[in-house]
Write a protein that binds this ligand. Structure first.
Ligand code: ADP
Ligand code: MG
Length: 493
């Protein structure tokens, strides 16, 4: 907190596009990769008179699953409402949304702060609505183009209680929610692609005061980095106003990355009156208990459970477990690798050896993660198999290859999907770890280099380096530290 005199109060409103096959109220495709404008459109999502919307069953199921994952209440009765306003990217002149009877009420989502403490943020509601089209402003021609591919895509909106107390907590919440949506498979939730959008409500109150101060809503936060930046800027701005003895104006502001500040968009006086009323074209929904039970039973393991299980089951650091569990595909890759490794550990009598799992976790989150990110790829579609990745780890555990070799082998495995042993064989990267072979090489070098041996015994340490070099030459890939130890030992004899 920047100043102890005031305490920030923050509530978030987060929109996420659901990754259903079709749109919210029609059969047009919901395809975020469609680049040709106005391709996935039909009379319904274009708002032609006389057409009737039909709710997307899958979209409703997804929002209910989100609610269940948040331990929220799923009502028996729900309804769509009309939110009336005019905007060029809203062809019907209204948005079908939910106002009085959302699909999800209550619940909470816990965040773990950097100091390891955990805090539950209460959820007010989650409702379902439709996305708008996209306005593309062409500065050169001064015209605005409209693309309706996005119009009518199912959009969930989650609103939190004003429980958040810092920009850091806000960012953690957004990240936790993103992971949840991705693990549930309900949304790609990619902020850079606008699939998850965050609005932050920020106010300050004097420490010790019960009532909240006047809030400002900050929009246009379109990356994770900006969540913290925008909120911290807004806290600082309001603090200066209050310290001057002035009042914060209730308004909507937008984050402007170019100036790293928030800019006023509209004041409360100009706020919209949406004239909500029940959507007359869609009958109210009755949510059957048995269906909710079924959706509950189908919930996958949630991110928090997953990372806690990884830390406990595989004995890895909580931070490392969190990195692995964050990406559902990476977590799956990790678990498949571990089961391969465990079979090998059992077969070779190494049950108690935790090194293999630690190695796999490290190579996965550093080297393999970097290769994947640099290639713009995803863990869901790697050429490298978990079997081959586990095999590479076993060579490291057995000291049969150096870590330097492992990195280059991994890079080739990543690029081509080649078996590690083929690459190691081809490039002669096997390390001599067979003690008797190495001992023989050391004996032979000692026998052939009488002068260097005499020099070393006469107290010239440089001679040892020479002998070491000779052994390394004849035993390609041997571990120099092991060779040095052996040499010193033999020369002492
Ligand atoms: P509005 O009617 O202006 O939309 P809501 O009561 O619906 O306001 O709240 C919208 C969001 O703002 C919620 O996330 C809520 O937690 C948050 N919020 C409400 N009051 C405050 C406040 N004084 N300071 C910060 N956030 C607030
Ligand atoms: Mg609101």
């Amino acid at each position: 907190m920047p100043n102890a005199a005031y305490e920030p109060i923050i509530g978030l409103e987060i929109h996420a596009e659901l990754s259903t096959r079709t749109k919210m109220f029609c059969g047009s495709l919901n395809d975020p990769n469609e680049t040709r404008p106005n391709t996935n459109v039909c009379p319904i999502c274009m708002g032609h008179p006389g057409t009737l919307p039909v709710p997307n069953h899958d979209a409703i199921a997804r929002v209910i699953q989100v609610g269940l994952a948040l331990s929220a209440e799923i009502p028996e009765f729900s309804r769509f409402d009309r939110k009336n306003y005019f905007y060029p990217d809203l062809p019907k002149g209204y948005q079908i949304s939910q106002y009085q009877h959302p699909l999800v009420s209550g619940g909470s989502l816990a965040v773990t702060r950097n100091d390891g403490t955990t805090k539950a943020i209460r959820i007010t509601r989650v409702h379902l609505e439709e996305d708008t089209g996209r306005s593309i402003h062409d500065a050169k021609s001064g015209t605005t183009l409209l693309d309706f591919n996005r119009a009518g895509i199912p959009l969930m909106e989650l609103v939190t209680e004003p429980d958040i107390r810092s920009a850091e907590e806000a960012k953690l919440f957004a990240s936790e929610l993103q992971q949840l949506l991705q693990h549930l498979g309900v949304s790609h939730a990619d902020m850079e692609r606008g699939q998850m959008r965050i609005e932050a409500n920020v106010s300050l109150r004097p420490v010790g005061q019960k009532e909240f101060g006047t809030k400002v809503e900050v929009k246009n936060i379109n990356s994770f980095r900006f969540v913290e930046k925008a909120i911290n800027y807004e806290i600082g701005r309001q603090e200066k106003i209050l310290l001057r003895g002035e009042k914060v104006l209730q308004e909507t502001r937008g984050w402007d990355e170019a100036s790293s500040s928030t800019v006023s968009q509209r004041s409360k006086e100009a706020a919209h009156d949406y004239r909500y009323f029940p959507e007359p074209d869609i009958p109210p929904l009755r949510i059957e208990h048995a269906w909710v039970e079924k959706l509950h039973a189908a919930l996958p393991e949630l991110p928090r459970q997953k990372r806690e299980r990884f830390a406990a089951e595989f004995n890895i650091a909580p931070k490392l477990a969190a990195v692995i569990a964050r990406d559902r595909a990476m977590a799956g890759f990790f678990e498949a690798t571990i089961s391969e490794l465990e079979a090998w550990l059992r077969a070779t009598g190494r049950e108690r050896d935790t090194k293999a799992i630690a190695l796999a976790a490290n190579y996965l989150t550093t080297d393999l993660a970097k290769l994947t990110a640099d290639a713009g790829a995803s863990f869901a579609d790697l050429k490298i198999t978990t079997e081959d990745f586990a095999e590479l780890m076993t060579y490291l555990v057995e000291n049969r290859i150096s870590s330097k070799a492992a990195k280059s082998v991994l890079a080739e495995m990543f690029a081509t999907g080649t078996d590690p042993s083929n690459i190691i064989e081809r490039d002669k990267l096997w390390q001599i770890s067979d003690d008797s072979a190495l001992a023989a090489a050391v004996e032979s070098v000692i026998g052939m280099n009488e002068k260097a041996v005499a020099d070393y015994r006469a107290g010239k340490p440089a001679a040892l380096q020479f002998l070491l070099g000779q052994v390394m030459k004849s035993s390609r890939g041997a571990d120099p530290a092991v060779v040095q130890k052996l040499l010193e030992q033999k020369l002492r004899d």
